[in-house]
Design a protein around this ligand. Structure first.
Ligand code: SIN
Length: 285
């Protein structure tokens, strides 16, 4: 069956058809990898994957990123099970974010496999940080180059019963991570507006929260303008994947009274660089 890539919105997102994720040859994998770079988020319907098969597919993309604060499935240390029970009120991942910006080497990509989903609700929204950067005026782009953000994991965020229990070592303070606000995408070389919800991206490096907040609020609102977004509706068996280096995402918490279970794996990323900055090894040559 030929592989088909069907965009789902103007800025980002594509459904990939004609692929069995568990048995993909190298050429198809190369096409899928290209589709992820081009569309930011991709998904495959009707996949039947065991946890081992999901892990094997994830390993084709790179090493697995270990979340510094969340517990995994006991028999699959690569997988975090995201569960919301019918009685849970708080959502997980329900503000705009890019995975693990609060670490020095944030996740390259995240893979979510839908196990149980409500009949309606529980979609995930995505927004393209490349389009967000491109839409800024040249003057604003110039102003932002050189700024760096201070990012810290919010351990105190309200979480539902099962997800709250997954936060390990709650008393240990989280470590901050500093990143360029305008990040150079390590594979495409394109500039992206690398920002997160303001519970994590707290301020600009060297500026106070009070000084940083108005500009950060503007940038987050800008980065999530509807025309930069798409929305993935999950079905049991949907495998979705996004590029955290160019996309924000947000899980919609609009299905109280229903159950949702997803298996999540994140792929290890790299150190972040601004435009014009060189990786240390290259700079030393
Ligand atoms: C996440 O933020 O990683 C979870 C997204 C989702 O459950 O839709």
């Amino acid at each position: 069956m030929p592989v088909e890539t069907l965009p789902i919105a103007g800025a980002c997102g594509a459904e990939i058809r004609g692929v069995n994720v568990a048995q993909m040859d190298d050429q198809t994998f190369a096409e899928v990898r290209r589709a992820l770079l081009d569309h930011g988020v991709i998904y495959f319907r009707s996949q039947e994957l065991t946890p081992d098969q999901q892990v094997a597919f994830a390993r084709r993309w790179g090493d697995i990123h270990a979340h510094p604060y969340l517990r995994t499935l006991p028999d699959h240390p690569e997988i975090i099970e995201i569960v919301k029970e019918p009685e849970d009120k708080a959502g997980f991942g329900d503000s705009w974010h890019t995975d693990q910006i609060f670490t020095p080497t944030p996740a390259m990509a995240t893979m979510l496999y839908a196990k149980v989903v409500p009949l309606a609700g529980g979609d995930t929204m995505f927004s393209s940080l490349r389009h967000a950067y491109e839409a800024l005026s040249p003057g604003m782009q110039r102003l932002l180059h050189g700024l760096r953000t201070y990012n810290l994991y919010d351990k105190a965020k309200p979480r539902s019963g099962k997800m709250a229990a997954k936060v390990a070592d709650k008393e240990r303070p989280a470590e901050p991570a500093i990143h360029p606000l305008i990040r150079k995408h390590p594979e495409t070389g394109e500039p992206v507006l690398y920002i997160n919800d303001l519970n994590t991206t707290r301020h600009f490096d060297g500026l106070s929260e009070e000084e940083s907040r108005p500009l950060l609020e503007f940038l987050l609102a800008h980065a999530t303008r509807p025309e930069f977004t798409c929305r993935v509706r999950w079905e049991p068996g949907t495998l979705g994947m996004w590029d955290n280096r160019s996309m924000l995402h947000k899980a919609l918490n609009d299905y109280y009274g229903h159950r949702r279970v997803m298996h999540r794996i994140t792929i290890k990323g790299e150190k972040t660089y601004g435009i014009g900055e060189l990786p240390r090894a290259a700079a030393a040559e």
